[in-house]
Design a protein around this ligand. Structure first.
Ligand code: CA
Length: 430
């Protein structure tokens, strides 16, 4: 096994201390260049290692992997080989890139073929997403929203501490970082109609006025189950391949009008932006930490042992057209009330089967303090406390031509395991 927290592990590739991709990380992604078709790559420093060429040149020979696995536009077939193989690939590459290993280091001709500068490649969707589920597992977020739209004294619904609440979303509009999209249009109820008798309520149609981001992460399923099977909290990690950053764009005005009684629909399904590099659960293992105490006690199928939260620092920035980045949030994945293992155990307890490439999002990750709130809905407290930008303008929600950037990384001593970024720009409505 690669010791992800071993600071003595160094590569002959130069890696800056603030890089998200040291030799301890080795995340997988799909990339292409102007002259090459989509293929599997690994990020190291500011370089991308082309696994298709590396395999073709014989550096992965002992693993006996058919090259069609690497000359592929998605990671699904690679992930389907199982953790024994995918972890062996990471281990083999860790050895190959180790400062003390000369095979590739001293082979100038091969080196010229297998590396691309990260700035010269186009990153693509890492997986063909099957089903997409969105949870609602941050207690601070759920409390904030409940306080705003219901009752501060009963902010959490009675089921919230017993069930990792979630809903089935739509995978067709999950997009890779860097993909711009147009402000969604839809129905909403004008503010002065709220609370009026039903027969007097008249919705309007137009571009969403309250477009928001949601700071989330998502985990990607790496091992399928059959219909009828359940995953336990104990073996959940066998089914989790890795994680990405996830911006679950949300239209608050559309959401408020449509969500009764069945929940999110068009307010959520127009776009969700993910980061391109899938950080394996193995690389994140050294950053496990304690979560919130779960009180009242959860039902037995949701119990777990050990530290199952993860200390991932999460930052959100808004960048106006031609302006500079403004940090609006600094949160952390460790603020999640429900763990991924509990989410997966709950998702499958009724026999619902899962498939490789399914994506399960965390729900908005807010912390306990206002600077750690993971949506504009909370940061501006429903528009009542506008956020002041560096250029003097204010934001209650997201403006046209704003770019929202999510970044995330784990840091312990000198080791930093990062995700890169998820970036998306809101174009004016069509
Ligand atoms: Ca969400």
């Amino acid at each position: 096994m690669i010791k992800a927290n071993d600071p003595s592990l160094k590569s002959w590739i130069e890696v800056q201390p603030n890089s998200d991709f040291p030799i301890q990380n080795l995340p997988f992604g799909i990339f292409k260049t102007q002259s090459s078709s989509p293929r599997v790559g690994i990020a190291i420093g500011d370089q991308v290692l082309d696994l298709a060429i590396l395999n073709k040149l014989g550096f992965l020979d002992k693993l006996k992997i058919d090259n069609s696995i690497f000359t592929n536009q998605y990671l699904n077939d690679f992930i389907a080989l199982g953790k024994s193989t995918t972890n062996a690939v990471r281990e083999c590459i860790s050895n190959l890139l180790n400062e003390n290993t000369s095979d590739l280091r001293d082979n100038k001709e091969a080196r010229a073929k297998v590396f691309q500068s990260i700035s010269n490649v186009q990153m693509l969707m890492p997986v063909r997403v099957g089903d997409y589920t969105d949870f609602y597992s941050s207690i601070d977020h759920a409390t904030n929203i409940g306080t705003m739209i219901r009752d501060p004294k009963n902010a959490l619904m009675s089921n919230w501490k017993h069930i990792p609440v979630g809903y089935h979303g739509r995978s067709s509009s999950i997009i890779i970082s860097g993909t711009d999209f147009h402000r969604p249009k839809g129905q909403s109820l004008p503010a002065d109609m709220v609370g009026k008798p039903a027969e007097e309520q008249q919705p309007i149609f137009g571009p969403s006025r309250l477009l928001d981001f949601e700071l989330e992460t998502a985990f990607i399923i790496g091992k399928e189950t059959k219909l009828g099977e359940s995953v336990s909290t104990t073996n959940a990690d066998e089914h989790i391949f890795g994680m990405v950053l996830f911006n679950d764009w949300s239209a608050r005005d559309i959401q408020t009008w449509e969500y009764v009684p069945l929940g999110p629909f068009l307010a959520k399904n127009f776009a969700s932006s993910i980061s391109p590099w899938v950080v394996t659960i193995e690389a994140l293992e050294p950053f496990r930490t304690k979560g919130y105490k779960q009180e009242p006690k959860v039902l037995p199928y949701l119990e777990y042992s050990g530290d199952k939260n993860i200390d991932i620092q999460l930052d959100v920035f808004i960048q106006p057209e031609k302006g500079e980045e403004n940090q609006v949030c600094h949160s952390n994945y460790k603020f999640m009330y429900w763990t991924m293992e509990q989410q997966l155990a709950h998702h499958t307890i009724n026999g619902c089967n899962i498939n490789i490439g399914d994506m399960m999002a965390s729900g908005t990750i807010s912390g306990p303090t206002p600077d750690s709130f993971g949506s504009m809905m909370e940061i501006s407290w429903r528009g009542s406390k506008p956020f002041k930008m560096n250029d003097g303008s204010e934001r209650k929600f997201i403006n046209d031509n704003d770019t929202v950037i999510l970044r995330g990384y784990c840091q312990k001593d000198s080791i930093r395991i990062g995700f890169g970024e998820s970036k998306g720009k809101v174009l004016p409505a069509l």
